[in-house]
Design a protein around this ligand. Structure first.
Ligand SMILES: CSC[C@H]1O[C@H](OP(=O)(O)O)[C@H](O)[C@@H]1O
Ligand SMILES: Nc1ncnc2[nH]cnc12
Length: 300
């Protein structure tokens, strides 16, 4: 097993492999929550940073957003030593000013997955509550924002400001939204929509891993009167340009991120927070649950 892979990258629809880096090894760790969606490819940057790449929907895009084994994905990355995850996602745009092929760095989430997915590592038997008011990692966001110039073909990176949040709605799939839902999400102030940020962001937080999603617009969903509702064909049209830009962005981000990851400053405030926030007292913890959790936190 390769340890001390400090960065994890999760690729979404259309982003199934990380080319342009030296391949080190492919691993497929079994976790107490099963196997990850796909074997994990470990690659090396020019300066020697090991990066673990995982295809969210599996090899050949086998998993629906609802069926993705997200707990196994996050636990597998944690077992490699990952301290930060950059997750890429194809999203629909809910705003005129975010055309297809623009990128968005959300800082907020609205969860509309309707409880259809396992979304915690801490069930009855070992209960913990994590802070999730700011679901993304501000240090990762700052570094990605500094790399906006890496995007080609005129694509823009939209970043939140102090007075303007950028919110991603996570809907339950696999069908896309109705027009009424799409308009509702706009009225809530949301900027983009996908089917995958929940529970990924929650589980990364529970695993004490810094997490930021990079959203890549592929369509205007179905809120615009003048346009036909989104179809997979429309999404596919933009996926390959978006994936090229994601790789350009990632190359720049890795250069800036590497020294901070090596110093241990990314995700510093998360370390220990969840383990020390467990509510169930020692005498009442379920040994079977604790046994599984030790995969994430060996000292538990
Ligand atoms: C292919 S359109 C819907 C699909 O695309 C997004 O996937 P991902 O986030 O993995 O890039 C969206 O969340 C849906 O799962
Ligand atoms: N319009 C949309 N709704 C949900 N997920 C998406 N992924 C890409 N486009 C989407």
């Amino acid at each position: 097993m390769v340890h001390n892979v400090l960065l994890g990258v999760i690729g979404g629809s259309g982003f199934y492999e990380l080319s342009g880096f030296e391949h080190v090894k492919t691993v497929n760790p079994e976790t107490p929550w099963g196997f990850p969606s796909s074997p994990i490819n470990i690659v090396k940057s020019k300066t020697g940073l090991h990066v673990a790449f995982l295809a969210r929907h599996g090899v050949g895009h086998r998993y629906t957003p609802t069926e993705i084994p997200v707990r196994a994905n996050i636990a597998a990355l944690k077992s490699l030593g990952v301290q930060a995850i950059l997750a890429f996602s194809a999203v629909g745009s809910l705003r005129e000013e975010i055309p297809p092929e623009d990128f968005v760095l959300p800082n907020q989430i609205i969860d509309r997955t309707l409880c259809a997915r396992p979304n915690t590592f801490f069930p009855s038997g070992c209960v913990a509550h994590v802070s999730f008011g700011d679901p993304f990692d501000a240090d990762l966001a700052r570094i990605v924002a500094q790399c906006a110039g890496a995007l080609e073909r005129g694509a823009k990176l939209h970043v939140p400001t102090v007075d303007h949040d950028l919110t991603v709605v996570c809907m339950e799939g696999p069908a896309f939204s109705t027009r009424a839902e799409s308009k509702l999400y706009r009225s809530w102030g949301a900027s983009v929509i996908n089917m995958s940020v929940i529970p990924e962001a929650k589980l990364a937080r529970e695993a004490e891993i810094a997490y930021q999603m990079v959203c890549m617009a592929t369509d205007y969903d179905c809120w615009r009167k003048s346009e036909r509702p989104v179809t997979v064909n429309e999404v596919m049209t933009h996926l390959s340009n978006n994936t090229d830009n994601a790789k350009q962005l990632l190359t720049q981000v890795i250069k800036l991120l590497e020294p901070e990851l090596r110093k241990g400053s990314i995700g510093e405030t998360l370390r220990g927070a969840v383990q020390h926030g467990i509510q169930t007292n020692h005498a009442h913890r379920d040994p079977a649950v604790v046994g599984k959790l030790r995969f994430l936190f060996p000292s538990l």
